[in-house]
Every structure is written in structure tokens, then in C-alpha cells.
Design a protein around this ligand. Structure first.
Ligand code: GLN
Length: 537
């Protein structure tokens, strides 16, 4: 019931990048494993309406939900941990809040009133914070506040948490994530930054109930007691979060400190038994004791910031565990790949994955990577721009259409084998205007994809403007490339394969967004399996 929904707010202090998203996801996993229906939402204090228009170098990957929302990459963690889809409602930015309030003001909804941060902006933040709760679908909603306490732009969010704690009383818990650094010179862990961070939060009227302290070393009882004393929390509510070997270990690390019980007790919920982590533990065992290794090349142009490919690297980890093998990723910058060096750069790889992307920079390098994989029989997975690169490579080097290109890369190409979608031609705005979110796809009888998915109808998430140009379908098929999956409504080619190659699949959609711990994606699982087979050759 909406009225009994419990709320957990997660804020961060001292520094950014402490892993609020992972802590939120891990706690949610424990609560879900106790039978609660839980979701996580993220409130980001920046002014962009969504991260869709942000360069991956700025903010890492843009994650896409079923309903076509372009969101923060933390939503990917939420889905991977909980195995439950999120939606537009799970990610809100300051830009979106203000846009809504300003639209209302222009409509005259506040007629006569001065529109202010408090109460109008905070009211809208609070409304959004309770939107998923009001759906009645969830018993517990975890809200992660982006940024760090003390940031000017985070203030309206902290103020909204303060008001909601007042309004919701026992139904609400505040968790503050901080850093307890180790000073080499004195050989000590220091609590002062945490004390200051909590003070800052208290100045805004929010008293944390639970502290989660990131640390490289165990805190020990004395430090925990000290933190509890100075920060007004109970000693059992000082949780340490040590650097873990993998993010998937964090739920167990929190469970070992009974964090789930501390949270339930503070929320006034019954504590019965222990969370059922059987499946999670089985996954961890497979992940942490692989029987072999496989090396996969990830070819992209944002490889300096690995977060740009977060969902892909996590999907490879899931698929590795499923295959009881460790996937080692060789990050290859597509701008560095040339016809001359591509062979040597890809030497020894057991699989080649050409990543999504936008624009001309580094695109020729992606085409070279496809060529090597195709010519030498290395298993190949092309995602979105990677699939488009595969079509262009085939058109150029097998069909002999030397000018084949995407009109995104060369607007004057005489052979636009990849072309702008009809519905995109009239689009002028950049934000939220791509082909986004879940689309159906029908898999052709006899295709590799059909056997991997084990069914004929699938639905996968998209984020692109350009498409396979069906004017070239017949010629490409006659030359040995196959359209393996087609959108039933539009006829768009969503999957290509080369049946004469050991394992060659290009997908216009993003399978990586749907890979979770509980459900590793079949394409990634099969790609890693094919790479393992290639390794034996
Ligand atoms: N740039 C390509 C397009 O817009 C591919 C997009 C992607 O890789 N996500 O169609």
C-alpha cells in the first residue's frame, strides 16, 4: 500500500565516487532477498534534463530503460542487482524538476504567487520522490541523491529529505556514505572528514540514522564507537564498506554487518530470519573461482573512461561467470587502429566486441577491427554503431562498394548502407529524440540468434538515429550476410549475422542494458562461449 511505503535516503559526503549506487543496490538486494519489493531511484542535481546529451567522458555511460529514458549509469546497477526494470520515474534531474515547475508557472497554475525554491521546487522534488511509492508497487523505495553534501546544487534535495523525514516519521531512514581515509604518515584511520560531513548534513536539518564508511582498512570497534558518539548514531549503525574485489561482493559484506537488520529495525519492519542469498552466492562462487580465462577486445573511442562502457563490461562479467571463466578485457582505442596495425593490435584476442558510439572520430578503426574479426574467424559482437560498422565493412570489402558508409559519418556518401531513419529526418532537437527504449524484434527461423534466445519474439532497448538501409538488403544477403532479426512493425533490420563465420553477430539494439546477475544476457553468454571455443583452436 502506498501509505505504508518505507523510504530510505542515501546521501554522500567527503568526496564523490564513493559508490553510493553500489551501496544502495546492495542494500536493496538484501531487502529484496528478504521478500520485500524494492526499487531504487536517483536524483541528480545537474541542470541537464537527462544525461542523454552528456559526453560519456563527462558522466560515463548513458543507460537506457525499457520506456526509453536516457538515465544515469547507476540505474544500470539497480537493474543488474535487482533484476527488475527501472523507468523514467527512477531518474530525476534538477533540469526536469525546474522544467516542470516553470511549465506550470507559464500555464498560470501558481497565478498570483512568487515561485520559489522552497516550497515550489522542494514540493516538486518531494512529489517525485514519492511517485513510485504512490504506485503501490513497492514496499521500500531507496532514493540516492547524486553529488556530495555541501554542494550548492544539492541543497534543495537535502531540504526535501529534511521535510520528508518530518512528514514520514518512522517510515523514513537516512543513510550517509562517507570516507574514512588512512593517513600513511601516522598509520591511522581518520574520522574527522566524516564528522565534518555529518555536521554539514545536520546543519541542513538532516540527522543520518546510519553511516556507511568507505575505508581501505577495517574500522575496528574503537573507531566505530568514536564515529557513533560524534555523529549521533548507534554503534551498530556504523557500517564499514571496505574495498571489495568485485562490486557483487558488497551485498555479502553489508550482510555480515547486519545492515539489513539495522535498516529494518529503524524502519519499524519485522526482522524474520535471514535474506535468501543462495542464487547470489552461487553467482559469486562462479565469478570468483573461474576455471579458465578468455580475452576479449573492446573497441571503442571512449576507452580512457571505462565507465563509458559500464553495462558492456558488466554484461561480460555476468557472461564470464555463466561460462565459469574470467573475461579479461583488452581496451582498444578505435582511433589508434589502422589498416596497417589492426592485425597486430588484435593479435591473440579470443573475441572482438565493437562498441556503440557516435560521430566520425575513430569510426574507420572500428571498421578495421570488424575486418580482422571477419577475415580471421574471431567471434564478433557488434553493438549499435558496432553493428553498423560490420554492415559497412561487408559492403565495402565483400560487396565491393568502396564508398559504402553511414550518412552519419559522410553525409555525401554515394552508398549509404546505413542511413538516417525516416522519422529522424525532421528532428532538430538533440535531447531525447533518438529511437529510444524497447522495440520488438522477430528472429528468423534458422538464425543463430533464434537458437541463442530460444524463441522467435524478443524485445530489446535501442538508442540510435541511423539504421540499416533496406535498399542494400538483397545485395548483402546475396553476398552472404543475413538479416537475422527484423522489427515486425517497421521492417527495420535489428540483427545481422554471417552464417559462414564461426560466430558473427551485429545488433542494432543494446543487449548489455538487459544483462543482470540473475539473468545474464544470452548473446553475451554465447559470445563468451564462442570466444572460449576460439581459444581452444
Ligand atoms: N551513431 C549511431 C546512430 O545514431 C549508433 C548509435 C549507438 O551506437 N548507440 O545510429
Amino acid at each position: 500500500m502506498a501509505s505504508s511505503t518505507k523510504y530510505i535516503f542515501v546521501t554522500g559526503g567527503v568526496t564523490s565516487s564513493l559508490g553510493k549506487g553500489i551501496v544502495a543496490s546492495s542494500l536493496a538486494t538484501l531487502l529484496q532477498a528478504r521478500g520485500y519489493s524494492v526499487t531504487i531511484q536517483k536524483f541528480d542535481p545537474y541542470i541537464n534534463i537527462d544525461p542523454g546529451t552528456l559526453n560519456p567522458y563527462e558522466h560515463g555511460e548513458c543507460y537506457v530503460t525499457d520506456d526509453g529514458a536516457e538515465t544515469d549509469l547507476d540505474l544500470g546497477h539497480y537493474e543488474r542487482f535487482l533484476n527488475r526494470p527501472t523507468s523514467q520515474a527512477n531518474n530525476v534531474t534538477t533540469g526536469r524538476i525546474y522544467q516542470h515547475v516553470i511549465d506550470k508557472e507559464r500555464r498560470g497554475d501558481y497565478l498570483g504567487k512568487t515561485v520559489q525554491v522552497v516550497p515550489h521546487i522542494t514540493d516538486e522534488i518531494k512529489r517525485r520522490m514519492q511517485l513510485l511509492g504512490a504506485s503501490g508497487e513497492y514496499e521500500i523505495i531507496i532514493t540516492e541523491i547524486g553529488g556530495t553534501v555541501g554542494d550548492i546544487e544539492a541543497l534543495p534535495y537535502i531540504e526535501s529529505v529534511r521535510q520528508l523525514r518530518w512528514e514520514l516519521g518512522k517510515s523514513c531512514v537516512s543513510i550517509h556514505l562517507t570516507l574514512v581515509p588512512f593517513l600513511n604518515a601516522t598509520g591511522e584511520l581518520k574520522t574527522k572528514p566524516t564528522q565534518h560531513s555529518v555536521k554539514m548534513l545536520q546543519e541542513s536539518g538532516v540527522q543520518p540514522d546510519i553511516l556507511v564508511c568507505r575505508s581501505e582498512y577495517e574500522l575496528g570497534d574503537e573507531i566505530k564507537r568514536k564515529l557513533a558518539l560524534f555523529c549521533n548514531v548507534t554503534p551498530d549503525a556504523v557500517i564499514e564498506s571496505l574495498d571489495a574485489k568485485t562490486i557483487y561482493e558488497v551485498p555479502q559484506l553489508l550482510l555480515a554487518q547486519n545492515m539489513d537488520e539495522v535498516v529494518l529495525q529503524k524502519l519499524g519492519l519485522p526482522i524474520i530470519g535471514k535474506p535468501d542469498m543462495t542464487r547470489w552466492s552461487e553467482f559469486l562462487t562462479r565469478l570468483e573461482s573461474p576455471s579458465t580465462e578468455v580475452e576479449i577486445g573492446l573497441i571503442g573511442k571512449y576507452v580512457e573512461l571505462k565507465d563509458s562502457y559500464k553495462s558492456i563490461s558488466e554484461a561480460l562479467i555476468h557472461a564470464g561467470a555463466e561460462n565459469k571463466s574470467k573475461v579479461v578485457v583488452r581496451w582498444i582505442h578505435s582511433e589508434d587502429l589502422t589498416t596497417e596495425n589492426a592485425h597486430a593490435t588484435l593479435e591473440g584476442l579470443h573475441g572482438v566486441l565493437v562498441a556503440p558510439g557516435f560521430g566520425a572520430r575513430g569510426f574507420e578503426g572500428k571498421i578495421e577491427a570488424v575486418r580482422i574479426a571477419r577475415e580471421t574467424g574471431i567471434p564478433f559482437l557488434g553493438i549499435c554503431f558496432g553493428m553498423q560498422a560490420a554492415v559497412i565493412e561487408y559492403a565495402r570489402n565483400v560487396l565491393g562498394l568502396h564508398n559504402a558508409n553511414s550518412s552519419e559519418v559522410d553525409i555525401h556518401t554515394t552508398e549509404p548502407v546505413i542511413d538516417l531513419m525516416e522519422e529522424q529526418k525532421k528532428v532538430t532537437h538533440k535531447g531525447g529524440t533518438m529511437r529510444l527504449g524497447s522495440c520488438d524484434c522477430r528472429l528468423n527461423e534458422g538464425s543463430l540468434s533464434r537458437s541463442l534466445y530460444g524463441r522467435a519474439e524478443i524485445s530489446e532497448r535501442h538508442r540510435h538515429r541511423f539504421e540499416f538501409n533496406n535498399a542494400y538488403l538483397e545485395a548483402l544477403e546475396a553476398a552472404g550476410m543475413r538479416a537475422a532479426g527484423i522489427n515486425p512493425e517497421t521492417g527495420l533490420v535489428e540483427i545481422i549475422e554471417i552464417p559462414s563465420h564461426p560466430w558473427f553477430v551485429g545488433v542494432q539494439f543494446h543487449p548489455e542494458y538487459k544483462s543482470t546477475v540473475a539473468n545474464p544476457h544470452p548473446l553475451f553468454v554465447a559470445f563468451v562461449a564462442a570466444s572460449l571455443t576460439h581459444k581452444q583452436l
